[in-house]
Design a protein around this ligand. Sequence first.
Ligand code: FES
Length: 181
Amino acid sequence: MKESSTNSIDPRAADGLPPGQAERRRFLTWLSVGLGGVCAALVGIPVVGFVLAPLLRKPAGQWRTVGKAADFAIGKTVNVVFEDPSPLPWAGVTARAAAWVRRESDERFIAFSVHCTHLGCPVRWMHDANLFLCPCHGGVYYQDGTVAAGPPPRPLFRYDVRVMNGEVQVKADAIPITTAL
Ligand code: FES
C-alpha cells in the first residue's frame, strides 16, 4: 500500500529552505546585526565624546601659583609654567601652559601669553634687547607686549595676575592664539 504523502515532513515546508540553508541564513542575519552594532559603536562613541567633552571639562579662569613673589626681581621678565585649567583627559604635556611674567614694581606684575598674536608661535624674551621675538616670521614686541615690528596684528595677550600670601598667581584662561579667533 502506498504511504500517504500528507504524513511526511517536507523540510522546505517550514521556512521554504532546506535545513542547512536556514541555519546559514540565521547565522548571517546575526552576523550582520553584530557587525552593524560594532560599526554603529565605532561611529557613535567619538560623536558622543565630542558632544559631551565640553560638559566634562573643568571651568577656565582658575588662579595658578607660578612662584614666590620674592623670587621675581623687579625689572626682570621670566618664563613660568602652569597647568591649563581645562585640559582634555588625553592632553598629556599639552595641558601645560606658559607665560612671561614681568615684575614692574613691588606690587605690580604683568603676565604675557607666550603665543604670538600672528599665528601662535611661542615668543622668546631677549633680555639684552628688551624685546620679545617670534622665531616663526620675525614678529617683534616691546617689553610691554606692544608690537614693534613684523606681522603680529596686535599686542601680546595678557593674563590677569595677582599676589596672594606672598605668591604670584596667574589667572589661567583661554587665550586666542591667532588673528582668526
Ligand atoms: S607666528 Fe609670530 S610672527 Fe608669525
